[in-house]
Write a protein that binds this ligand. Structure first.
Ligand code: SAM
Length: 248
């Protein structure tokens, strides 16, 4: 049994993200936990708590992958959830997991890109996105597109990896991401997870060199969000950001 996936458009979607993620869904949730020392679950739970603060009736989860966030939003909240992703195999895994949790009536899956959402302005009470901004060429434009579909007063919350600020933790993080992660990825998930392990550290460092956290916070505000707050977690390795759309 599977939940239905509707195909909207993948017009401007990133071919790189689709190539990277297509082979990963089967073991994604388990390996994401192992490779983050179990921290991914804590970060996700914090983000979901912010998104559900206003008891939203309709939530959009962008870059939903195998729908781990979307399923948690449905389980902890009362409303309906739309999980959106650009990678078909991720949505196929999401569909199986949504059905296994008996959440087909509450979660709809849509294949589309976060760069061009197939929804009208102000459609959602809340929006979440996880590990998305490193995969899009123009994060500022994507933030504008995400905020567009949130209703005034609605919450947007995100989760991203981050680079620890304290020099000693940053050095430990560098060693972990450059040396341990590729080997641990290969040992637990084979060649594909070795590639992910090698890609992740430089991708995170490169992203924050171009778009520091202060830039990201300001970009949320430029996109129309108020009261934007950020919390770094796990010694600076995870970053949860949240705010409300102006005008509510
Ligand atoms: C690291 S996974 C995170 C999955 C999920 N959010 C989670 O935390 O379990 C990143 C996801 O972003 C999706 N993605 C990348 N670029 C995207 C885009 N432009 N629009 C929508 N999804 C995208 C990938 O297909 C992948 O499923």
């Amino acid at each position: 049994m599977r939940a239905r996936v509707s195909l909207a458009s993948d017009g401007r979607s990133s071919g790189f993200a689709q190539r990277l993620f297509t082979p990963l869904p089967e073991r994604y949730d388990r390996l994401a936990e192992w490779l983050s020392f179990g921290q991914n679950g804590r970060w996700r739970s914090e983000m979901v708590g912010h998104a559900l603060a206003g008891a939203p009736e309709l939530v959009l989860d962008v870059a939903t992958g195998p729908a781990g966030v979307a399923r948690q939003l449905a389980r902890r909240g009362q409303g309906r959830v739309v999980g959106l992703d650009v990678t078909s195999s991720m949505l196929e895994a999401a569909s199986r997991l949504v059905a296994a949790d008996g959440l087909e009536e509450r979660i709809t899956l849509v294949r589309a890109s976060g760069e061009a959402l197939p929804f009208k302005d102000d459609s959602f009470d809340a929006l979440t996105f996880t590990y998305l901004l490193r995969y899009v060429p123009d994060p500022e434009a994507v933030l504008g597109e995400l905020v567009r579909v949130v209703r005034p007063g609605g919450v947007m919350a995100s989760l991203e990896f981050a680079v620890p600020e304290a020099a000693h933790w940053r050095a430990a993080w560098w060693c972990y991401t450059r040396l341990v992660l590729p080997v641990a990825g290969a040992a637990t998930g084979g060649r594909q997870w070795y590639d992910v392990g090698r890609f992740l550290g430089p991708s995170i460092s490169g992203h924050y060199r171009r778009f520091p956290v202060s830039w990201t916070k300001a970009a949320w505000e430029r996109a129309g969000m108020d009261s934007v707050e950020a919390r770094t977690m796990s010694l600076g390795g995870g970053l949860v950001m949240w705010g409300r759309k102006a005008g509510g």
